[in-house]
Design a binder for this molecule. Structure first.
Ligand code: FES
Length: 176
C-alpha cells in the first residue's frame, strides 16, 4: 500500500464540504460498513479524496486511517488526487446548477479544451465536478485548488484561472 505523503492538516479551519460527509455519517449511524458510501459522498463533494478527508472520515467512523486509505486505494472509482497540478471543481448540485454552474463548465471546457472530468494534456489543470459542496448559500460555488469561491460566474471563473495562469505560468489560458 502506498504511504500518504502529506500530514493531516489539523489546524485548517473547518471546510463546509465536511457537512456533506457528516450528514452521510449520521444517516448511517456512523456504522463502519457504510465506509464506501461515505467515501462516495466525500468524493462527490470534494472531487477527489485527499489525505485530510480520509483522516477526517477515519476519525469519525472510528476506523484506522490505514484501513480507510486501503479501501480508497483498492477501488478504482476513488481518486486520491486530481491528476492536474491545479484543480477546478465546479459544483453541479441543484442549488448551483439553477444559478448557472453549467455556464461555468461550458466556458471552462471551451477555454481549456477539455471535457468535465479531464485534465489538460500538459497536466496543468483538472476540471472536475461535485454534487454539493455544502455551500449552497453562496451558489454557484467552485473550488480552485482547494479554496471554495462563491457566487462565481463564467467570467469570474475564467478570470480566476487566468490569474493562476499569470502567477503560475499556465500557458494554455494566458494566451487567450
Ligand atoms: S449545490 Fe452547490 S454547494 Fe450545494
Amino acid at each position: 500500500m502506498p504511504t500518504p505523503t502529506t500530514a493531516p492538516n489539523s489546524t485548517a479551519k473547518p471546510d463546509k464540504r465536511l457537512k456533506v460527509i457528516d450528514i452521510t455519517l449520521k444517516r448511517n449511524h456512523y456504522q463502519q460498513d457504510s465506509l464506501i458510501e461515505v467515501l462516495h459522498k466525500a468524493q462527490e463533494a470534494f472531487g477527489y479524496l485527499d489525505l485530510n478527508v480520509l483522516t477526517y472520515i477515519a476519525r469519525q467512523i472510528k476506523l484506522p486511517l490505514s484501513q480507510v486509505y486501503g479501501v480508497a486505494t483498492f477501488y478504482h472509482l476513488f481518486s486520491l488526487q486530481p491528476s492536474g497540478v491545479h484543480s477546478c471543481i465546479v459544483c453541479m448540485g441543484t442549488a448551483c446548477y439553477v444559478k448557472g454552474s453549467q455556464d461555468i463548465v461550458n466556458t471552462l471546457q471551451e477555454h481549456l479544451g477539455i471535457r468535465l472530468g479531464e485534465t489538460t494534456p500538459d497536466g496543468e489543470v483538472s476540471l472536475l465536478s461535485a454534487r454539493c459542496l455544502g455551500a449552497c448559500g453562496i451558489a454557484p460555488a467552485v473550488v480552485f485548488d482547494g479554496d471554495v469561491a462563491g457566487k462565481v460566474t463564467a467570467t469570474t471563473a475564467l478570470e480566476k484561472l487566468k490569474n493562476l495562469a499569470v502567477t503560475e505560468g499556465i500557458s494554455r489560458l494566458s494566451d487567450r
